[in-house]
Design a protein around this ligand. Structure first.
Ligand SMILES: NC(=O)c1ccc[n+]([C@@H]2O[C@H](COP(=O)([O-])OP(=O)(O)OC[C@H]3O[C@@H](n4cnc5c(N)ncnc54)[C@H](O)[C@@H]3O)[C@@H](O)[C@H]2O)c1
Ligand SMILES: [Zn+2]
Length: 374
C-alpha cells in the first residue's frame, strides 16, 4: 500500500499541542517556518484582520517576511514596529498599542500577532488580552528564551514602578510559531541565556535531552544542522506538557520550571536588574540548587559537576561575584513564589528528575549559596 507521508512531513515542525481551558493550540518550531504563518493561522479558523506588533529589531526584513506570509494566507495585515524592552515594558507602551488598534478600528474578531522577545510577547499579549475584553493573539517569539519559555503558557503582563509583572492576565495564544532562523541575529549573550532555560528542561525532566545538550554543545550553540532545531522542539514540548498539566500553576508540575529560579531571582535583585540576564542568573541559581541537593544527599557531586560543565559549555556563568550571602538569602524570602511562608525548593534527584522540598535547613541553603560565590 502506498504511504502518503506528506501530512507527516508537513507536521514534522509541530513541537506540541498545548491544551488549556481557553482552548488548544499548536506550537510550530522549525527553520523558515515564518513563511507558514498565514497558512498556520488559517488552520486555527480565525478570520479577522491581522495586527502585527513587533520588536523594532525585526524591522525591516524579518517583519516584512512575516507580513507577506500573513497576506499569502489571505489576511489583511497591518504592522506596528516598536522599541520594546524591559525598561518600557509598562502601561505607557501598552497605551501606544491600544491607540494604534483604536485608530485602525481593530474589532473583536481581529487577531493580534506578537513578534519579538519575551518582553514583546508579554506586553503585546497583555494588550490583546485587554483590547475589547480580549482578542486572539498569536505568538511569534524571536529570542531563544521566549521560544522555550515565555511564548507558551499564556502568561502576559507588564511592569509597574512597584515591581515586575505585577499587572497581567492569563491569555493563551491561538498559535505559537517559532522560526529558528530568527535566532541568527540574536546577540550571543541572549542566546546563552535562552540555552539556560532549555537545558533546565533537560535537567528537570528529560535525561536524554540533557545528554544531547551535553554531547552536542558546540553544534547547538552554533545552531548548526537539525539537532539544535530538534532539541529546541523537545524543550518546547516539555514546557507545553507542563502547561497543559498545570495551567494555573496550582499543581505540582509548573513549579518544577522554577528550578534555579529562587536563587536566580535573588541574584537578579541583589545585583540590580540588568547586571545578569535572567538566564544567566538562573544558571547560577541552578548551581546553588544542585549544591543544596548534594548537601541533602539527593544527588552526588558528579551530577553537580556535570551540570556545571554543561552550563559552561553554553557560555553561562556558574558562579557570581560581589554579592553577599546574607543579601541573597534575604532576597529569597521576598521572592513571590515563597510568600506563603517556607520556600518550596525545586531540587534534582538525578539527571532529568526533579522534585520539590520545603524542609531544607537554613544552614544547608547558606552553605550552598556560599559555594556559588567567588
Ligand atoms: N510569560 C511568561 O511566562 C514569561 C516567562 C519568562 C519570562 N518572561 C518575560 O520575558 C521577558 C524577557 O524576555 P527575553 O529574554 O526574550 O527579553 P527581550 O524581549 O528583552 O529580548 C532580549 C533582547 O533581544 C532582542 N531580540 C529579540 N529577538 C531578537 C532577534 N531575533 N534578533 C536580534 N535581537 C533580538 C530584543 O530586542 C532585546 O534586546 C521578561 O520581561 C520576562 O518577565 C515571561
Ligand atoms: Zn526563567
Amino acid at each position: 500500500m502506498p504511504v502518503d507521508n506528506s501530512a507527516n512531513n508537513y507536521d514534522q515542525n509541530l513541537a506540541a499541542v498545548v491544551n488549556t481551558t481557553q482552548g488548544s493550540y499548536r506550537v510550530i518550531v522549525g527553520r523558515d517556518v515564518v513563511d507558514d504563518l498565514g497558512s498556520e493561522l488559517k488552520k486555527t479558523g480565525l478570520e479577522g484582520r491581522a495586527f502585527l506588533v513587533a520588536d523594532v529589531v525585526m524591522f525591516p526584513s524579518a517583519l516584512r517576511r512575516a507580513q507577506e506570509a500573513l497576506e499569502r494566507g489571505g489576511y489583511e495585515t497591518h504592522v506596528l514596529a516598536l522599541e520594546i524592552g524591559e525598561a518600557n515594558k509598562n502601561l505607557e507602551t501598552v497605551q501606544v498599542v491600544y491607540e494604534w488598534l483604536a485608530d485602525m478600528r481593530a474589532e473583536r474578531r481581529d487577531i493580534v500577532v506578537a513578534m519579538g522577545g519575551g518582553v514583546t510577547g508579554d506586553l503585546v499579549g497583555f494588550a490583546a488580552a485587554t483590547w475589547l475584553r480580549g482578542v486572539a493573539v498569536v505568538q511569534v517569539p524571536t529570542s531563544l528564551s521566549a521560544m522555550v519559555d515565555s511564548s507558551i503558557g499564556g502568561k502576559t503582563g507588564v511592569n509597574i514602578a512597584k515591581g515586575k509583572n505585577l499587572l497581567g492576565a492569563f491569555h493563551q495564544p491561538k498559535l505559537v510559531l517559532q522560526d529558528i532562523a530568527h535566532l541568527e541575529s540574536l546577540p550571543a549573550r541572549e542566546m546563552a541565556a535562552g540555552w539556560a532555560e532549555a537545558v533546565k528542561h533537560g535537567l528537570i525532566l528529560d535525561a536524554k535531552l540533557l545528554d544531547k545538550f551535553e554531547r552536542l554543545a558546540p553544534q547547538m550553540a552554533a545552531l548548526e544542522g537539525e539537532e539544535p532545531v530538534a532539541a529546541i522542539r523537545r524543550s518546547v514540548a516539555i514546557k507545553s506538557e507542563i502547561v497543559s498539566a498545570d495551567e494555573f500553576e496550582n499543581g505540582n508540575h509548573r513549579i518544577l520550571l522554577n528550578y534555579g529560579h529562587t536563587i536566580g531571582h535573588a541574584i537578579e535583585k541583589v545585583s540590580g536588574y540588568g547586571t545578569y540576564l535572567h538566564g544567566e542568573a538562573v544558571a547560577i541559581g541552578m548551581m546553588a540548587a544542585a549544591g543544596i541537593a548534594e548537601r541533602l544527599g539527593m544527588i552526588d557531586s558528579e551530577l553537580v559537576e556535570r551540570q556545571r560543565r554543561v552550563l559552561q559549555s553554553y557560555n553561562l556563568p556558574t558562579t557570581a561575584n560581589d554579592l553577599s550571602v546574607n543579601a541573597l538569602i534575604e532576597a529569597t524570602k521576598s521572592d513571590k513564589k515563597s510568600r506563603s511562608g517556607t520556600i518550596r525548593w525545586v531540587l534534582l534527584e538525578g539527571p532529568g528528575k526533579a522534585t520539590t522540598r520545603r524542609d531544607v535547613p537554613n544552614d544547608v541553603v547558606r552553605d550552598a549559596v556560599q559555594s556559588i560565590l567567588d
